[in-house]
Design a binder for this molecule. Structure first.
Ligand SMILES: Nc1ncnc2c1ncn2[C@@H]1O[C@H](COP(=O)(O)OP(=O)(O)O)[C@@H](O)[C@H]1O
Ligand SMILES: [Mg+2]
Length: 277
């Protein structure tokens, strides 16, 4: 396996005054270059803490993290690390720094001292990937939530990251915006071989992942391919997550003796139901 991220025995505690609270505990993960990983967990399970540990915003209390050959605790490499790990956050409204989209995309590379022509090429490429080229000269305020998040992704891409982390970047969007962002993430993974870590609490966003890592109370409680992870219905429920509709319906029907298989998608369920006599 070509490993791009190694998380070894990592724990992180938040310390505020006298109070110590657990962010993540004993996390061990190896993430393969070019894979699409969904990090799933309910509110407070440690997902954002793990994301911030990956880009060096936080450093482990215990253990170590190597990202693309860089130890995240090595302060001399922090800018290099940050440009390799692109992060997109939840709120589409507070990730823009400029009032014109192309200026927003230029901001990151300009700060790194990238030359003008190269910045221009990066902007063209990034806007094309997120399918927003025609909006280049517009102001972001008039865009939909899904469009804003795609611009936020493009701004991160202009830094040429190897890893893209989307931290609940679909949570504030309507269904159309959600699917736009998910499609963009999958396209980047497939066409640009970008390693994607999609953080969410929606189980149905995890179906197309290569791998799902489920967190609860700061710990990894499940890790595997979607078909394996979704079968663990009891563990998933105990972690405060809701199975996709197709999974819940097929589970109920199986319990009642119908000869169908456990389904993850609506399409699979429809096919199974059509085969019933
Ligand atoms: N800045 C902070 N100070 C103290 N505790 C925090 C802070 N941020 C997160 N936590 C705690 O760490 C735990 C994990 O939080 P977080 O990583 O934000 O979870 P998630 O992203 O899965 O919702 C929670 O118990 C949360 O209260
Ligand atoms: Mg979070």
């Amino acid at each position: 396996m070509d490993t791009i991220i190694t998380i070894k025995d990592v724990s992180f505690n938040y310390v505020t005054g006298e109070q110590i609270s657990r962010g993540v505990k004993n996390v061990n993960l190896e993430i393969e270059r070019g894979s699409f990983v969904v990090l799933l967990g309910h509110n407070g399970s440690g997902k954002s803490t793990l994301a911030k540990l990956l880009n060096g915003f936080l450093t482990p209390t215990e253990g170590e993290i190597i990202v693309d050959g860089i130890n995240t605790a090595d302060e001399s490499k922090i800018f290099d690390l940050r440009s390799r790990v692109g992060m997109v956050f939840q709120n589409p409204d507070n990730q823009m720094v400029a009032s014109i989209i192309e200026d927003d995309l230029a901001f990151g590379p300009e700060n790194l001292g990238v030359e003008r022509e190269e910045i221009g090429r990066r902007i063209n490429w990034a806007l094309d990937i997120v399918n927003m080229s025609e909006h280049r000269h517009r102001t972001p305020t008039k865009l939909s939530g899904g469009q804003k998040q795609r611009i936020a992704i493009a701004a991160v891409l202009a830094m040429l990251p190897n890893i893209l982390i989307l931290d609940e970047s679909t949570a504030m969007l309507d269904p159309k915006g959600r699917s736009e962002v998910l499609e963009t993430a999958h396209k980047l993974n497939k066409e640009e071989n970008m390693t994607v870590i999609l953080i969410t609490h929606y189980m149905d966003e995890a179906i197309d992942a290569d791998r799902i890592v489920v967190m609860n109370d700061g710990e990894v409680i499940l890790d595997g391919a979607p078909s394996e992870v979704y079968q663990q219905t009891d563990v998933i429920r105990r972690a405060g997550l809701e199975l996709p509709v197709a999974a819940r319906v097929s589970e109920k029907l199986i319990e009642r003796g119908y000869p169908i298989k456990f389904c993850l998608t609506d399409k699979e369920l429809a096919e199974e139901l059509c085969q019933l006599k």
